[in-house]
Design a protein around this ligand. Structure first.
Ligand SMILES: Nc1nc2c(c(=O)[nH]1)N[C@H]1C(S)=C(S)[C@@H](COP(=O)(O)O)O[C@H]1N2
Ligand SMILES: [Mo]
Length: 322
């Protein structure tokens, strides 16, 4: 079960020595050493094909900046963060993404910037990761199902891309769309959800410095099950807002539909701010279970990020706009 979390020796994509991203030579040597060992083990583990690790997940970034927005909470382990996931495109179980997503080839990958902008474009994600300054941000992620984790993300502010797109003044919302490809994402053959997964933010939420696009975790390239190669992280909102494997970012005049509020509008709203005073119709939101801990923790308003985001909702009734 260790196999799909291992770094690998596929050097093609990251034979990059002049960019912001490089694989540490020492790591590389260590990893190639491991490959032979892993390959031998693989022969006795039939469910996993060799391609299970012919991926970039696990390759280390160099030159990461540190972030003032990081929490000092103790991080969860890499193993917890990469084996306990919600990613319905790969199945409904928490273990399904780690089991099925690593086999999939998610490259090349591009994200289209569309809608009410002066500069629509299609961004190649390999190139972006190489050129754009990246930093480490340790964030709490609180799932609406009342569990939480602390994850050191690698990413950059979404605001960087928003500014680069030069939104028109009519653009008030941003919509995000996940890849739709039932071949590569077998969970999409089920019709529980209307695919593709979609999410949205108000433009001021998108511009908030806490909102990041993540391309890695624990200093390494994002594993597929965590939303490779690029996913949103909005730490003051319930986990479902943090949409994975994004292919389009659209600037819109009107509030866009979002997957969970389409599915169950009484249970999931557009805003989805972490709020211990507004219960989910079927369970309390007052406490949470930090993965790896036995007891429960108190849940904080805006997941503890109120000093940065409470002003965004100054004149709003958050019981109504849940
Ligand atoms: N495309 C897509 N994005 C998604 C989901 C999903 O099913 N599909 N699940 C969401 C939910 S409910 C949570 S809690 C987080 C979990 O992120 P993690 O697995 O990286 O911790 O991803 C979110 N992003
Ligand atoms: Mo979630």
């Amino acid at each position: 079960m260790e196999i799909y979390k291992r770094p690998n020796g596929d050097v093609k994509w990251y034979e990059i020595t002049d960019g912001d991203l490089y694989m540490k030579r020492r790591e590389f040597l260590k990893n190639t050493g491991r490959i032979a060992l892993i390959a031998a083990t693989a022969l006795v583990l039939p469910p996993f094909s060799r391609s299970a690790w012919a991926q970039d997940a696990g390759i280390e970034f160099g030159g990461l900046g540190k972030s003032i927005y990081s929490t000092d909470d103790k991080s969860n382990t890499y193993r917890q963060a990469t084996t306990y996931n919600n990613f319905y495109e790969f199945g409904l179980g928490k273990g399904d993404p780690a089991r099925f997503a690593p086999k999939v080839k998610f490259k090349p990958w591009s994200v289209s910037i569309e809608g009410l902008v002066r500069k629509p474009e299609t961004i190649d994600i390999d190139a972006l990761i190489r050129r754009h300054p990246l930093e480490e941000r340790i964030y709490r992620l609180r799932c609406v199902e009342a569990w939480s984790m602390v994850i050191p993300w690698v990413g950059f502010p979404l605001a960087d891309l928003v500014k680069r797109a030069e939104p028109l003044s009519q653009a008030r919302y941003v919509q995000f769309v996940t890849l739709k490809d039932p071949q590569r994402m077998p969970g999409q053959r089920s019709t529980v959800i209307k695919w593709p997964y979609v999410e949205g933010l108000r433009i001021d939420e998108a511009m908030n410095p806490l909102t990041i696009l993540a391309v890695g975790l624990y200093g390494k390239i994002l594993p597929n099950q965590n939303g490779a190669p690029i996913r949103l992280v909005v730490p003051w909102k319930y986990g479902f807002k943090s949409i994975k494997s994004i292919v389009s970012i659209r600037f819109l005049k009107d509030q866009p539909p979002t997957t969970w509020s389409l599915l169950a509008p009484r249970e999931y709203g557009f805003y989805a701010n972490v709020n211990p005073t507004v219960d989910h119709p079927r369970w309390s939101q007052k406490t949470e279970r930090r993965i790896g801990e036995l007891g429960r923790r108190e849940t904080f308003m805006f997941n503890g990020y109120g000093e940065y985001v409470a002003s965004l909702y100054r004149n709003m009734d958050l019981r109504k706009h849940y």
